[in-house]
Every structure is written in structure tokens, then in C-alpha cells.
Design a protein around this ligand. Sequence first.
Ligand SMILES: Nc1ncnc2c1ncn2[C@@H]1O[C@H](COP(=O)(O)OP(=O)(O)OP(=O)(O)O)[C@@H](O)[C@H]1O
Length: 296
Amino acid sequence: MTILTLSHLTKRYGTRTVLDDVSLTISAGERVALLGHNGAGKSTMMKLILGLIHADGGAVDIAGHAPGSSVARSLTAYLPENAAFHPALTAREQIRHYLRLRGQPASKADALLEKVGLADAARRRIGTYSKGMRQRVGLAQALIGAPRLMILDEPTSGLDPVSRREFYALLDELAAQGTAILLSSHALSELEARTDRIVILSGGKMVAEGPLAQLRGEADLPLTVHILPAEGQGAVLAAAFPEAEPQGNALFLHCAPSDKLALLERIAANRHLVADFDLQPASLDDLYSHISRRAA
Ligand SMILES: Nc1ncnc2c1ncn2[C@@H]1O[C@H](COP(=O)(O)OP(=O)(O)OP(=O)(O)O)[C@@H](O)[C@H]1O
């Protein structure tokens, strides 16, 4: 079921087009990453979805409702990059306050804070929290009302690796319950296993869209291969793979995706010379650089 539809969405500031004819749909349970350099139009797209600004062309539809309408607002949650809260309030007081504003029982606060891992700190003032803990308060606030669509603007910036992992685990849980998720991030490596689809904006235009595997296939970027020689076999192995470069003790080479099987056969044929090898597809960083360069 489609939760979010953007049709030919366009936004201009003066004579400058900052979002240019962008069309996109996101279904229930889908996790979509929005990537792009600074100024590419990511926040503009989010503000249009939230109904905070108005489009100059095209339309946004949230499960059949216009952005900013009361139904769309009740279906949508938003977590800004730096969620700010009153430092003198405890997380419990802050979330109870938001629940009352949303017309929901304040008694739900403890369950929400438990869900985001803040049960133990719930009665401490937010002013004493780390950045990661404040982001969790933001997520608890975003979870009020079981949103169908979550918009997250660089939600993991400034979080340590463990907090990031826990944050994505929570998003996975939400997606599994049917929430559609759109998140922007500059931390590409962490998105690889965490999103179903990637959207890349460049200069306001959508320059790539699809599952990572599909974008990888289309870009046809080479794989990187490291081969570690068996004891005393370095020179013989290097002669068997003359196209490889030495890198420390190992050999390093690039391989086109279509040549992968042939290379594996060569490695297997020389297995008596090989202690180990690894073969890695292009990372999301590589893919992003490739697509951005092509768009420029
Ligand atoms: N109110 C405004 N008036 C004029 N120009 C604006 C306004 N808001 C944004 N812009 C311009 O629109 C372009 C897109 O900005 P946007 O904030 O959407 O980028 P972004 O992709 O979110 O960047 P970042 O990664 O830095 O957050 C930028 O060039 C920005 O300067």
C-alpha cells in the first residue's frame, strides 16, 4: 500500500529551482534513504512533505491526504537533525507533555521511553543527556500516535556506532509494523544494509532511485579483490595474476562484475598458491560518488 506519493514536485526560490520535477512513491514498511550533497534539496523535499512550505509545481499525497492537513499531520512523524527539548524537563515530563498536546493519555510516556531505551534515565533532566539520548527523546516523541510515515532528517548524526545500530534496529521494528520511512543521511556506509531503496538528489533533481543492488548493477562498478598468498608463494601468485598490484603482503585487483566468475575460477585453479581472498562489491560510498560525478 502506497503511503507517500510525490508527483512532479517542484520548488523555486526566486529564479532558482531547488527541487525539480521529483516523483517518488514509498509503500508501507519501506525504508528509503535520501542522499545528496549539502544544498541538494533533501530538507526542501521533507518540508514539502510535512506541509511546512508549499510547492510551485506538482503534488504531495500522504495516504490520500494533502500535506499539512490535520489527517496528514496525524499520520506523519518528523525527527529533525537536532531535536531540541527543554533542558529542565525530564524525558518523562517532556513526552507526557507531547502526549497531552496530541490528545493522548500521558500514561503512554513510560512505554514510549522504554521502547527507545530511556526507561532508566526517564526521570533525569534532559539537560544532563548526551546527544544520543536526546535523539532518543526525539524518536519517542516521533513515535506518538503510531505514525504511518516517518521523516527523519539525518537522525544518526553525532551518534556513536552502538547508538546508531540501536537506532536502526528501532527503525527496522517500525518498518516491520508497516511504517513507511524516509531518512536523509550523509553516513552512507551505515545505510547499506538498513534501507530498501536509495534516492539520490543532485541540484534538486532526482538522479538515481532504486534498491542498492539495482543501482550497483546499473553503475557496473568494479569489485575489489584481495588475494593473500600461501606461505612462500607470493612471487608465483603475482606471476599468475599479472594485472594485480601488490598491497602489503597481499595482491589487490579490480574486477568487472561480469568477470567475477571467471576470476573465481582462476583463483580456484591456483588454490595451492592462495591462503585466503576476499571480494567486495562497490560500496554505497563508491556508488554515490560515481552517480554524483555523472550527474555533475
Ligand atoms: N528559504 C529559502 N530561501 C532561499 N533559498 C533556500 C531557502 N531554503 C533553502 N534554500 C536553498 O535551497 C537549496 C536546497 O536546500 P536544502 O536545505 O533543501 O538542501 P539539503 O539537501 O537539505 O542540504 P543539507 O545536506 O545541507 O541539509 C539550497 O541551495 C538552499 O540554499
